[in-house]
Write a protein that binds this ligand. Structure first.
Ligand code: FDA
Length: 393
């Protein structure tokens, strides 16, 4: 069976659904193909089931990309306030958890329902459980072969997301289509992902699983102050996830276990007043007891404070506030919230996300080399890029 329509969207995730509803709202006949049985599964599992659907202050500084300015055009034309207006129009209950981070109050479901309802009203046709066999350029546009027939359209939108969480339908199809049409792809890697510990720290640190502490973590040019969660396998929690997006193998992270504490002054004062006190007992004012103990053991610090010279206390403070840790790796795509890298933005128009050399071929959402930090930025990119393309095709 052969069908002629206006727009084929591959991928019924956040970006594909937003793009399809926008294009259909302009009168285009749109079919969305997805090999998964249900649309928007990542939306439902996001934000711990409450979907952190945007960040009010989302801007280019919250995104990683070979071209950090690429996202500006789409974000400006469809900013967080525009998506919030849609959320409010649909009566979705939401709350601001940390400054700027908006979550659904009850569950993520209303965000998916909102997208499906916008699409339905505009006439979008969703074909779930429909894999893509091949994509070809034709004289009029593109032909996409599926097990049930071939679709022809002037415009093809690739909204297949990244490689994270393969059991949710992730695949490399979007990158393969980019390469087929000669577009470069920036190397991909798991991001917003737990970090694993090197062998020598696996027991001592891993045994502290469950402990969560506020830290400041620096990785390459990025710095985050947030909670670090120790797990049996390594480091998680927002601080580790944020740092992971910037981490490169074999490069150490710098961890400040006591952010904002004038540690050297405190230790010197403690030595003056209670010289027989053990160092780890002093650290317990700021750190969980077991963690303070393990850090002191790892560094070989024992005995009372009176045994430490001024230089010694300075070294302790410096070590604990610039603790260098080289992760063994990451927990991989199976645990990553997103995939960094992707279709090279140099090959795309920032206004329409159309391939410069292939008229009618567009890429939206996570498949593009634009990766948000934790906090709702990734969904905002899905909405903004989806609308940018939906308005252009
Ligand atoms: P997405 O991955 O959502 O959709 C791609 C679609 O393409 C899928 O439906 C897939 O089945 C389909 N597809 C793939 N290959 C195909 C093929 N070969 N043939 C046909 N169809 C194919 N972000 C955020 O801002 N706030 C948050 O709270 C969270 N929380 C969160 C939690 C967890 C556990 C994860 C894994 C991720 C998040 N994220 C997040 C990230 C966010 O979910 C992600 O950035 C967006 O879903 C990306 O939207 P896309 O539409 O680009 O891809």
């Amino acid at each position: 069976m052969t069908e002629q329509i206006d727009v084929i969207v591959i991928g019924a995730g956040a970006a594909g659904l937003m793009c399809a509803a926008t294009a259909a709202g302009r009168g285009r006949r749109v079919v969305v193909l997805d090999h998964a049985r249900k649309p928007g599964r990542k939306i439902l599992m996001s934000g711990g089931g409450r979907c952190n659907f945007t960040h009010l202050h989302s801007g280019p500084e919250h995104f990683l990309s070979a071209n950090p300015r690429f996202c500006i055009s789409a974000l400006r034309r469809y900013p967080p306030a525009a998506f919030l207006e849609l959320v409010e129009r649909h009566g979705v209950a939401y709350e601001e958890r940390e400054p700027g981070r908006l979550f659904c109050r009850e569950s993520a479901r209303p965000i998916l329902d909102l997208l499906l309802s916008e699409g339905r009203q505009a006439g979008v046709e969703l074909r779930m459980g429909t894999g893509v066999r091949s994509v070809q350029a034709t004289a009029e546009g593109f032909a996409v072969a599926t097990p049930t027939g071939t679709l022809h359209a002037e415009a093809l939108v690739v909204a297949t997301g990244g490689l994270s969480i393969p059991r949710m339908g992730a695949s490399g199809l979007g990158y393969a289509i980019a390469r087929q049409f000669g577009l470069p792809v920036q190397p991909t890697r798991p991001a917003l992902v737990p970090l694993t510990l090197p062998e020598h720290l696996r027991r001592p640190i891993g045994d502290l699983a469950g402990i969560s502490v506020p830290v400041r973590v620096r990785c390459a040019e990025a710095e985050f102050s947030d909670d670090l969660l120790i797990t049996h396998h390594g480091l998680s929690g927002p601080a580790a996830l944020q740092a992971s997006s910037y981490w490169q193998p074999e490069v150490p992270l710098s961890l400040d276990w006591l952010p904002g504490v004038a540690l050297h002054d405190e230790l010197a004062e403690a030595r003056r007043r209670r010289s027989k006190r053990a160092l780890h007992r002093c650290l317990e004012a700021h750190l969980p007891r077991r963690l303070a103990r393990v850090l002191c053991d790892l560094e070989g610090w024992s005995g009372p404070l009176q045994g430490f010279s001024n230089r010694g206390l300075e070294a302790v403070a410096q070590r604990l506030q610039e603790w260098r840790l080289t992760p063994a790796g990451t927990a991989g795509y199976a645990k990553a919230e997103v995939t960094a890298g992707g279709v090279d933005t140099d090959a795309l128009s920032s206004r329409t996300l159309e391939a410069r050399e292939v008229p009618g071929l567009h890429f939206v959402g996570e498949v593009v080399d634009v990766t948000g930090q934790l906090g709702g930025h990734n969904f905002q990119w899905a909405w903004s890029s989806g609308v940018a393309v939906g308005q252009a095709i």
